[in-house]
Design a protein around this ligand. Structure first.
Ligand SMILES: O=C(O)Cc1cc(O)ccc1O
Ligand SMILES: [Fe+2]
Length: 441
């Protein structure tokens, strides 16, 4: 950090984590900082300011209600006006700069950005759907950073951020405390929470982001699966309170209705000494996902791999699902084991965190992505089809890959950058070329 005008640099707080998705957590970095039995005493303890952060309407049902109380050195309200800063390659919904494309599309990883690119500057939007102002839909972004954010913090008024690291470690210093995340983890950053992304290892970091403008992600119901399975609530880790007491210039950047705005603070806003509530960031380790599947025959629908689902206003129809394809055994008898040929009313953006994906022999690489929009015909490539149709069906482990899908109820419309600058791979259609007819009447 540039320390020129700083008078105090204190970071307080423990090192543990709080666990349990959707819990009412509480944490204090200094004993006694959290008021007992009330949220807003006449004078909050230790001379702190009490501030509520509401992630749901006050009146939403208890199960959907999200809010946290923050006890901070200065209230967030103490700031000068925001002014627009450049959006870089960040875009927001409605996405209407290109015509929605029915083609199967696939991208290589983005080229490395120039030196000195931090997490915010390195955000690049592929596309999305819905409308930020209606709080519907989602966006697919990639991030690529090679330097820590310095003297600036970011927050997103437009939605929550599901961050999927693919390369490099991140240290997220948030209003609620510190989260570390690397490839294999996801981070769920709620709407409006301020954070700074640092690269603790000094290595470039990149990955994927699903920005969810709609109702927040929740764990899916399990139905007949029972009380256990898939992602366990207790494996979601929230940070413990940790605060900065820093006097000095900090740029607070917010994304508001698709645009970046900034205000100049004279202190770090990561100054929350204690907090309690349910609107909190989480980290989850995808390696803890309890993968379920068929132990008889057939390839189950990938909804069985749902980690988190963001409901829309129609029950069972997600604004966006986050689905993970994690290592697992395949044992199906008389079964074509890889993902089947498919046309889907939902739209599927897929990315790869490591290894390979069992429906694609090549061309789908870590850091790259594919988009199979509503009703586009896709599935195993020719090579995979031929191999899996002839395979000896002994139990086999899909061992070396971690892929994911953002599956959304609305088609994804691309940004001009994803069409014209970082263009889709040429000839993706060819992976399904040469699938021979085998019909014999
Ligand atoms: O690869 C895909 O397109 C995703 C997908 C995975 C799967 O296991 C079944 C259907 C499906 O669309
Ligand atoms: Fe699919």
């Amino acid at each position: 950090m540039g320390s020129g005008e700083r008078t105090t640099v204190t970071t307080g707080g423990g090192t543990g984590q709080l666990t349990g998705f959707g819990n009412e957590h509480s944490s204090e970095a200094v004993p006694g900082a959290l008021p007992v039995g009330r949220n807003s005493p006449q004078r909050a303890p230790l001379g702190l300011y009490a501030e509520q952060l509401s992630g749901s309407a006050f009146t939403e049902p208890r199960a959907a209600n999200r809010r946290s109380w923050l006890y901070r050195i200065r209230p967030s309200a103490a700031h000068p006006p925001f002014t627009r800063i450049g959006n870089g390659a960040l875009r927001g919904a409605p996405f209407d700069d290109t015509v929605p494309d029915p083609n199967r599309l696939r991208w290589d990883p983005l080229p490395a950005p120039p030196a000195g690119t931090d997490f915010v500057a390195g955000l690049w939007t592929l596309g999305g759907n819905g409308d930020i102002r209606q709080r519907t839909g989602m966006a697919v972004h990639l991030y690529h950073a090679n330097t820590s954010m310095k003297d600036r913090v970011f927050s997103d008024a437009d939605g929550e951020l599901l961050i999927v690291p693919e390369r490099g470690e991140l240290r997220l210093r948030t209003e609620f405390g510190v989260l570390r995340a690397g490839p294999g983890h996801i981070v769920l950053m709620p709407r409006g929470v301020r954070f700074r992304v640092e690269l603790p290892a000094g290595e470039a970091a990149r990955g994927y982001i699903c920005e969810n403008y709609g109702r927040p992600f929740v764990l899916p119901d399990l139905g007949p699966i029972g009380a256990n399975g898939l992602a366990a609530a207790r494996d979601f880790e929230a940070p413990v309170a940790a605060y900065e007491d820093i006097e000095g210039p900090v740029e607070a950047v917010t994304k508001f209705c698709g645009n970046l705005w900034a205000t100049a603070l004279d202190h770090s806003p990561l100054d929350v000494v204690a907090w309690h509530g349910s609107h909190v960031p989480y980290r989850y380790d995808l390696r803890r996902f309890n993968v379920l599947g068929s132990i008889s025959f057939d390839h189950p629908d990938p909804s069985i791999f749902t980690v988190l689902t963001a409901p829309s206003d129609t029950p069972g129809l997600a604004g966006v699902d986050f689905v993970v394809f994690a290592p697992r055994w395949l044992v199906g008898e008389d079964t074509f084991r890889p993902p089947y040929f498919h046309r889907n009313v939902m739209s599927e953006y897929m990315g790869l965190i490591e290894g390979a994906y069992d429906a694609k022999a090549e061309g789908f690489v870590p850091g790259g992505g594919s988009l199979h929009n509503m009703m586009s015909a896709h599935g195993p490539d020719r090579e995979t089809f031929e191999r899996a149709s002839a395979a000896d069906l002994v139990p086999a482990k899909v061992a070396d890959g971690l892929a994911f899908m953002f599956e959304t109820r609305w088609p994804v419309t691309l940004t001009p950058a994803a069409v014209n600058e970082h263009r889709p791979q040429h000839g993706y259609d060819n992976v399904w070329e040469g699938l021979q007819r085998h019909f014999t009447a």
